[in-house]
Design a protein around this ligand. Structure first.
Ligand SMILES: Nc1nc2c(ncn2[C@@H]2O[C@H](COP(=O)(O)OP(=O)(O)OP(=O)(O)O)[C@@H](O)[C@H]2O)c(=O)[nH]1
Ligand SMILES: [Mg+2]
Length: 368
C-alpha cells in the first residue's frame, strides 16, 4: 500500500541522519551532577558469610559489621561529597542546514504525490523538533522518525463516522448514495458495503441508479446475487432518480435497514449528469453521500472532491485501489486538505477486500 513511499522515506531519513552526523555543530554542555552520599547499611547475617566483592571499598575496619555499597562510577571527583562536572555532547542544526537536509525528503514526498500543503506541515513539525535543539548523537534517526510518525498520524486522523451505529439509530431505511468519477469502483463499493452491513446483522437493499451506462444494471444485479442482497432496477436509460425513489419505497415496505444507491460515473464537465445528480440528491434526502475516489488519482484527489462537494455536498469518502498504488500521496493529501471522514479503503477486487479506515493502523503500515 505504501511500499514506494516507505522506501523513499527510509532512504531520505538515513541520508539526513548522515548529514546531521557529519555536518551538525557539536555542542558540549557541562552539567553539574550532585553526587549521592554513599549508603551505609548494616551487613546482614547472610552477607557476613559471603566473601567480599572486590569493588567494595572499606571505609572503616571497625566495627566490621558496616560496609559501603558502591555508587555509580563517576568521571571527576571534586571532594568526597562535592559536585561532579560532566560534559554531555549533543549535535545542533541551524534552520539553514535543516532546509538543506530536508530537501531530499521533500523530493521523496513530491515523487509520491503528496500535496505541497502536506509537505509544509511535515516540514514545520520537523523544524520544531529538530532545529536549534540538542540532538542526541546516537538517536538522530530515531528523533526524525518519531517526529515524522507523529506528524503523519495527525494528518491521517480525520473526523470519524461510526457507520454501523449511525444506521442502527437512524429512522429506517438509512439512505446512502455512492457517487464519483467513471470507473473508480462505485458499483463494487456498493456491493462490498452491502456485504459489510449484512455481516453485521443489517438488511441492505441496492438501487441500480446507474441507468446511463449499458450493462451497469446487469453488473449491479450480478453483484447483488453474489452477496445475497436484493436489487431494485429499471430499464437502461430510465430516470435514475425514480429507481432510487422506488428502492426507498420498497425498503420501507420490506423493513430493510439500509438503501445503497449506485450512480453513473461523471465528471464536472458532464453538465447533464451533474444536474441529474443534484436532482437525485434533492428528491431522495440521503442520510449520507459517499464519494468514491481511487488512490491512483494522486494529487488531483483534492480537486475531484471539491468539485462534487460544491455540487451536491460530500459527507464521507471511500478510497479504492490502495492495493495497486504504492505511493500513498492521495490518501495523505485527501486526509489533510479535505478533513472528510474516510469510511473504507478498497484493497483488492474481491467483495471482502474492503477495510474499515483506521488511522492508527494506516500510520503503522507507513512506518512498519
Ligand atoms: N485493484 C482494485 N480494483 C478495484 C478496487 N475497487 C474497484 N476496483 C476495480 O475497478 C473497476 C471498476 O469498478 P466499478 O465498481 O465497476 O467502478 P464504477 O465506479 O462503478 O465504474 P462506472 O460505473 O463505469 O463509473 C473494476 O474492475 C473493479 O474490480 C480496489 O480496491 N482495488
Ligand atoms: Mg458502476
Amino acid at each position: 500500500m505504501f511500499g514506494f513511499l516507505k522506501k523513499k522515506i527510509k532512504s531520505a531519513v538515513s541520508s539526513i541522519t548522515k548529514k546531521v552526523e557529519e555536518e551538525a555543530e557539536v555542542v558540549e554542555t557541562p552539567v553539574k551532577v550532585e553526587k549521592k552520599k554513599p549508603v551505609i547499611k548494616e551487613k546482614s547475617k547472610a552477607e557476613k558469610k559471603v566473601s567480599k566483592p572486590k569493588e567494595e571499598k572499606k571505609v572503616e575496619q571497625k566495627p566490621k559489621e558496616k560496609i559501603i555499597v558502591k555508587e555509580e562510577p563517576v568521571k571527576e571527583k571534586k571532594g568526597f561529597f562535592g559536585k561532579i562536572k560532566e560534559r554531555v555532547t549533543t549535535k545542533k542544526i541551524s534552520e539553514k542546514q535543516f532546509d538543506e537536509f530536508f530537501f531530499e525528503l521533500e523530493v521523496a514526498l513530491l515523487e509520491n504525490n503528496v500535496a505541497l500543503e502536506v509537505i509544509d506541515k511535515i516540514k514545520e513539525d520537523l523544524k520544531v523538533d529538530l532545529v536549534d535543539v540538542p540532538l542526541q548523537r546516537k538517536d538522530v534517526s530515531k528523533q526524525i522518525m518519531d517526529t515524522l510518525k507523529k506528524s503523519v498520524s495527525e494528518i491521517l486522523d480525520v473526523p470519524k463516522i461510526s457507520l454501523l451505529s449511525e444506521v442502527k439509530k437512524a429512522e429506517k431505511p438509512y439512505k446512502i448514495l455512492f457517487l464519483g468519477f467513471n470507473g473508480v469502483g462505485k458499483s463494487l463499493s456498493v456491493a462490498r458495503v452491502a456485504q459489510y452491513f449484512k455481516k453485521n446483522g443489517l438488511k441492505p437493499i441496492l438501487a441500480a441508479g446507474d441507468t446511463f451506462r449499458a450493462a451497469a444494471v446487469a453488473q449491479l444485479e450480478e453483484y447483488g446475487k453474489q452477496v445475497g442482497v436484493p436489487v431494485v432496477k429499471h430499464q437502461q436509460g430510465s430516470d435514475a432518480c425514480a429507481v432510487i425513489f422506488d428502492t426507498i419505497s420498497s425498503a420501507k415496505a420490506k423493513s430493510m435497514d439500509v438503501v445503497l444507491a449506485d450512480s453513473a460515473g461523471r465528471i464536472h464537465s458532464n453538465n447533464d449528469l451533474m444536474q441529474e445528480l443534484q436532482k437525485i440528491v434533492k428528491k431522495n434526502k440521503f442520510d449520507l453521500k459517499v464519494l468514491v475516489i481511487e488512490a491512483t488519482v494522486g494529487s488531483d484527489v483534492v480537486d475531484q472532491v471539491k468539485e462534487f462537494d460544491k455540487i451536491v455536498g460530500v459527507d464521507a469518502l471511500i478510497i479504492t485501489k490502495n492495493d495497486v498504488y504504492e505511493k500513498g500521496g492521495s490518501l495523505l493529501s485527501a486526509c489533510f486538505l479535505l478533513e472528510k471522514p474516510i469510511l473504507f479503503l478498497g484493497v483488492g477486487q474481491g467483495f471482502d477486500d474492503l477495510k474499515e479506515y483506521d488511522s492508527v493502523e494506516v500510520a503503522g503500515k507507513m512506518f512498519e
